[in-house]
Design a protein around this ligand. Structure first.
Ligand code: FES
Length: 698
């Protein structure tokens, strides 16, 4: 038995023998090409009887090979025909798979140490790499017992994450004045029963709760609480702590325990990003952030962007993606708890903030229509959910508030950002951007909130860039070029040996190449091809950032013409988004009072260089404010206060979403913004170039 690939909620016995996926009866009948009926028409479908497979099928399915992953010596048995990427995912081994196995990103490089493999030809590996046993994990099927080495560049490294550190958490102090969590605690002294007062234990408790201003008319209680009640009320001489979960329109008595057994109440704020996940553990009495942890979203092995994640959930089932996100959150929570010597049972309140797709996948909700016109999410406002029903490790009664999001491509993380930055309460016109994979923008003030997503793509997070990577150890994050010789001078994350280049490094590089004349306004190389830093890769020009011999690598770290193109497309999408959103309300950049930049990537961004390449408008620099990881900050506020939870719902409801996907105006502006910094140079008066005297220019 398994779950239908198109309808993950349906358990089915029909197995496609070719693709090793399950299909429900509806899919077997249906003629809709959009839901993979091609599997049905071209493949042998096997019905798994109650007794299991017949012996022939069993034999064919049971052909397994052993795969050993080095350096950690992880061993796994894998059926014939499985790709190496699938094998790594099954073994819980992180492999960078930006394009979700489409064979287009070249990031899933592994090395064959022993055994044989059948791999598809690819131009993404150099001849030298092929000679040295490199292969693309997603394009290689297992048909032998093999030993695989995961090379340095593919290994998961420590991620530099925004919203972490003492500074980030101290910024939150005093942000919430009145605490009003979802699980409210009442410490009560009940009157012991007498012959004159013979009401039941539960009625006695309710009577006291009413006196403490709890609306017991709306309150229900589950069987679990009823079972603990007799002991709980008597053990401490009728002194109890009652926990009441506040839902949207009702209350639930979720826990009653003797006062002496009361423990520290913790809250957990979670920012679930496409790339990384951040967890804060908060003291629910003081509001202090006690501990924090962050790490890669393990769904990254299913692709860098939300579209790839949805595609992956359609092919492999939502449960797989849900499990990945849950295990990341639970592991991070465990790490944060360990530093406090506390148990997950102390976590009673949880808030989750993330983009619409991440939240759907975390909750195991079908996200497929977010990527299909007209791009509709299944849910935009969520009820209070019990943590145990989601699979989060917390107190069995812990409540979970999920930040609402106004659209398929503008989610609760942006609502969190508005809640935290507070510009929705001020008259000043604010342009807000969360620079991430999607580039969500908001324009507004206390009278209106317009929002859009720019489909910036994953380039700023390293996706689709030959040596692009996230801000992990060894990523080049700052770079300058000598004006005469163009020799690079760079800094890497944690000062480790260079392994690639991350978003802030790429913006630096593009800016330096532009102002120093290595690139023309059209983004094409102007530098002499004979320059010692120039090379050719896959028939196109490339600039060498670091030579292989200096970093003990097989290949030079290069920045190709295609990389430049991907980056200029991303920056053009964001700038065009700003322009068209302003136009929608009859405004231009001169009317913007402040520009707020948030998101993990923005933290390391050099505003001046971002303006130089035309990512941000050329307006007064003092209007720019970087406000850190506003998604986790908004989740923190909603964790502590019902006022903020209600405000988040109001913000989401009041946002007007503008869809750029079919906007001709957006396309016009997008085309114009693909130059450096823009086809209309007058829009960037302060950007000047200084290349004219270099002897290396054509
Ligand atoms: S090329 Fe294998 S995941 Fe992209």
């Amino acid at each position: 038995m398994g779950y239908c690939i198109n309808h993950p909620e349906i358990e089915t016995r029909y197995l496609c023998m070719k693709h090793n996926i399950y299909l429900c009866e509806h899919c077997l009948e249906c003629r809709d090409p959009d839901i993979y009926c091609k599997f049905r028409s071209s493949c042998a479908i096997h019905f798994i009887s109650k007794k299991g497979f017949d012996s022939k099928t069993q034999k064919s399915l049971s052909k397994e090979f052993s795969v050993v992953f080095l350096p950690d010596d992880v061993r796994i048995k894998i059926p014939k025909g499985t790709t190496l990427l699938e094998a790594a995912q099954k073994a819980d081994i992180y492999v960078n798979a930006s394009c979700n196995g489409q064979g287009s990103c070249g990031k899933c490089r592994l090395i064959l140490e022993s055994g044989t493999l059948g791999n598809k030809p690819t131009s993404l590996l150099s001849d030298r790499e092929k000679e040295n046993g490199y292969m693309l994990a997603c394009q290689t099927k297992i048909a032998d017992n093999i030993v695989i080495r995961i090379p340095e560049e593919t290994l998961e490294k420590k991620l530099k994450t925004a919203g972490m550190g003492v500074d980030a958490t101290q910024n939150l102090a005093g942000l919430v004045q009145k605490f009003d969590p979802m699980v409210k605690k009442y410490t009560l002294k009940l009157e012991p029963p007498t012959m004159e007062d013979t009401v039941s234990d539960l009625e006695r408790l309710k009577r006291n709760l009413r006196r403490a201003k709890c609306d017991t008319v709306k309150m229900s209680s589950g069987i679990r609480v009823m079972r603990q009640l007799t002991q709980a009320v008597r053990q401490d001489n009728w002194k109890v702590t009652a926990s009441v979960l506040q839902k949207k329109c009702s209350l639930e008595l979720v826990d009653v325990r003797p006062v002496s057994q009361e423990e520290k109440s913790l809250g957990m704020a979670v920012d679930i990003g496409t790339t990384s996940i951040v967890v804060y553990l908060v003291d629910m009495q003081t509001g202090e952030v006690l501990s924090a942890a962050s790490g890669h979203n393990s769904q990254s092995s299913c692709g860098d962007d939300v579209i790839n994640r949805i595609v992956c959930s359609e092919k492999k089932g939502i449960k797989k993606l849900q499990k990945m996100a849950l295990s990341t959150i639970n592991n991070l929570a465990q790490r944060a708890l360990a530093s406090l010597a506390q148990s997950h049972k102390n976590i009673e309140n949880i808030t989750i903030s993330g983009n619409t797709t991440m939240v759907h996948l975390l909750l195991g909700i079908d996200a497929r229509h977010i990527r299909r016109e007209p791009y509709i999410p299944t849910i935009s406002e969520f009820p209070i959910i019990k943590a145990r029903n989601m699979g989060l490790k917390a107190a069995h009664y812990a409540g979970v508030f999920v930040m609402p999001g106004p659209a398929g491509y503008v989610g609760g993380d942006i609502v969190s950002g508005i809640l935290y930055t507070g510009f929705h309460k001020k008259a000043d016109i604010t342009l807000f951007i969360d620079v991430g994979t999607n580039g969500e923008i908001v324009l507004g003030n206390n009278e209106f909130l317009m929002t859009a997503a720019c489909s910036a793509g994953p380039a700023f997070e390293g996706g689709g860039i030959r040596w692009g990577m996230r801000a992990e150890e060894g990523a080049i994050e700052k770079i300058t070029l000598n004006s005469e010789t163009f020799e690079p001078d760079y800094i890497t994350v944690d000062n480790k040996t260079a392994r690639g280049i991350c978003g802030s490094g790429m913006i630096d590089l593009l800016s330096e190449m532009h102002i120093k004349g290595v690139l023309g306004q059209d983004g094409r190389f102007r530098i002499n091809p004979g320059h010692p830093r120039m090379t050719v890769f896959n028939d196109e020009s490339a600039f060498i950032l670091e030579f292989a011999k200096n970093i003990d690598s097989e290949e030079d770290i290069i920045f190709t013409q295609s990389d430049i193109r991907s980056l200029t497309l991303s920056k053009a999408a964001i700038y065009a988004g700003f322009t068209v959103l302003l136009e929608e309300v009859g405004m231009d950049f001169s009317m913007v009072d402040q520009m707020i930049i948030t998101g993990g990537f923005g933290q390391y961004l050099d505003i001046e260089k971002a303006i130089t390449i035309g990512l941000f408008p050329d307006i007064q620099r003092e209007k720019f404010r970087y406000m850190g990881n506003s998604s986790i900050a908004g989740a923190y506020m909603a964790l502590l206060s019902n006022t903020h939870r209600q405000q988040a719902i109001k913000i989401s409801d009041s946002m007007t979403y503008v869809d750029f996907s079919s906007s001709t105006r957006f396309m016009e502006e997008f085309t114009k913004a693909q130059f450096l910094p823009h086809t209309e140079s007058k829009l960037f008066p302060s950007v000047t170039r200084s290349y004219l005297n270099s002897p290396y220019l054509n």
